[in-house]
Design a protein around this ligand. Sequence first.
Ligand SMILES: NC(=O)c1ccc[n+]([C@@H]2O[C@H](COP(=O)([O-])OP(=O)(O)OC[C@H]3O[C@@H](n4cnc5c(N)ncnc54)[C@H](OP(=O)(O)O)[C@@H]3O)[C@@H](O)[C@H]2O)c1
Length: 238
Amino acid sequence: MRIIIGANGGLGRALVDYYSQAEPVIAVSRTAPPVSLAAEVTWVQVAGYQPEHLAPLFEVLTEQLAAGQVVSGVLSAIGLLHTDSYQPEKRLADLNLAQLQHQYQVNAILPLLLLQQLVPYLPRQQPCSFVQLSAKVGSITDNHLGGWYSYRASKAALNMLLKTAAIELRRTHKQLTIAAIHPGTTDTELSKPFQARLTPDKLYSAQLSAQRIAAVIAQLDPQHSGALWHWDGTLLPF
Ligand SMILES: NC(=O)c1ccc[n+]([C@@H]2O[C@H](COP(=O)([O-])OP(=O)(O)OC[C@H]3O[C@@H](n4cnc5c(N)ncnc54)[C@H](OP(=O)(O)O)[C@@H]3O)[C@@H](O)[C@H]2O)c1
């Protein structure tokens, strides 16, 4: 049984479709379920992703675990680059507190609180993964272009938080692999404003990216817990 969070996003939806062909999926979203939903998908609507919003998810999870299901993995596709009120910063002069805080909250803090809240539901004796979609632009080593301050920094913070949790949880959850995965530039609402400059071969469909993400997840191993992965299965530097 896989838990997919941010199930109404472009990548979230494609990942729900992909995984529900093979196993039961608990799809978690702030939005109502779509009109047609595969029988394998249990849709859980939450008011947000802070701990106090997650009771409906815990209820469903408790039921499913009691019925003998085991969590094979958690996959969070939540994330934010722009809103109606801001775009990624091009220069230092564009920085402002509200945007920086919002980006850190959604891209770094909420994913770690989700991990914190879900650990008690993860198996200790069976392989399991906790994956958060991250971004290559969050790699400090790979930052050659600059710009996008708050998105870059929030994804770098995410990578650090995941790595730190991986070190701690290695002791109690020996078969758990935590991973950050860069999905590649994918045709979703998040990338829409930035697609014009891309050649078609550099913009991937959500379906293709979902397959690639799933392929990376399939080869994860606890020895590499806490790493940042490219969609092609290679390790990215922090
Ligand atoms: N698309 C790309 O080119 C690309 C490239 C690199 C990395 N990524 C990463 O991949 C992940 C998925 O991106 P996507 O392209 O699928 O984006 P998307 O279509 O915009 O979906 C992102 C999802 O994140 C959740 N979310 C958005 N704003 C939120 C907020 N303020 N509070 C809480 N949750 C919020 C929503 O889930 P619900 O509506 O279901 O609640 C939303 O549907 C993100 O982490 C993104 O940074 C994407």
